[in-house]
Ligand binder design. Structure first.
Ligand SMILES: Cc1cc2nc3c(=O)[nH]c(=O)nc-3n(C[C@H](O)[C@H](O)[C@H](O)COP(=O)(O)OP(=O)(O)OC[C@H]3O[C@@H](n4cnc5c(N)ncnc54)[C@H](O)[C@@H]3O)c2cc1C
Length: 149
C-alpha cells in the first residue's frame, strides 16, 4: 500500500460526493468527535444541522473545529479529507439569509433533522427547542489517499 497526498481538486470532489463526516471540537483540552451530515459548498463553507447539545455548547465556547470525511473500500484503499475551520452559528436575525441558504442546501439531501428534533422535544417536554444550523468557515483542507501497490 502507498499513501499519497490528494490534490485540492480531489479533496473538493470527495467533499461533494460524501455527505457524512466526523465533526471534532474541543474544550478544556478534551476533544469530542461525533458523526454528522454535512453539505460542502466550496471553496469556503460547510453547512450542518444540529440539535442543541454538547457539541453546540462546546463550539460556542471554542469555535475551532475539524471535520473529517472519507471513502473506504478497505484498509489499503481509501480516501480521507480533513477540513479545519471555524464554527459560525447561523442565528437569527443576524444570519437569517445565510440560515435560509443552509436549510435549502441541507434540504437537498433530506429534511431528516425534523426527526431528531421532535424526539428531543418529546424527551424533554420542551416544544421551544429549535434546530441549530451552523456553518464551518474553512481555513484549510488536506487529503490523503491509500492505494494498493
Ligand atoms: C450517520 C450519522 C449522521 C448524523 N448526522 C447528524 C447531523 O447531521 N446533525 C446532528 O446534530 N447529529 C447527527 N448525528 C447524531 C450525532 O452524531 C450526535 O449523536 C448528536 O448530534 C448528539 O450530539 P450532542 O453533542 O448534541 O450530544 P448530546 O445529546 O449532548 O450527548 C451527550 C453525550 O452523549 C454521547 N454521544 C452523543 N452523540 C454520540 C454518538 N453519536 N455516539 C456515541 N456517543 C454519543 C456523548 O458522549 C455525549 O457526552 C448523526 C449520527 C450518525 C450516526
Amino acid at each position: 500500500m502507498r499513501v499519497i497526498a490528494m490534490s485540492q481538486q480531489d479533496c473538493t470532489e470527495l467533499l461533494e460526493r460524501v455527505s457524512i463526516g466526523r465533526l471534532a471540537c474541543a474544550l478544556d483540552n478534551q476533544p469530542y468527535v461525533v458523526p454528522v451530515g454535512f453539505v460542502y459548498e466550496g471553496p469556503n463553507h460547510v453547512y450542518v444541522f444540529s440539535t442543541l447539545g454538547k457539541k453546540i455548547e462546546w463550539m460556542r465556547q471554542n469555535p475551532k473545529v475539524c471535520l473529517q470525511a472519507d471513502e473506504v473500500s478497505n484498509r489499503s484503499n481509501w480516501n480521507s479529507v480533513v477540513v479545519n475551520g471555524t464554527y459560525l452559528e447561523l442565528a437569527e436575525p443576524q444570519y437569517s439569509s445565510q440560515k435560509q441558504h443552509a436549510i435549502e442546501r441541507l434540504g437537498e439531501f433530506s429534511q431528516w433533522w425534523k426527526t431528531p428534533l421532535s424526539e428531543r422535544r418529546e424527551a424533554s417536554d420542551d416544544l421551544s427547542i429549535e434546530p441549530v444550523f451552523f456553518r464551518i468557515d474553512i481555513s484549510e483542507v488536506t487529503g490523503l489517499r491509500a492505494q494498493p501497490e
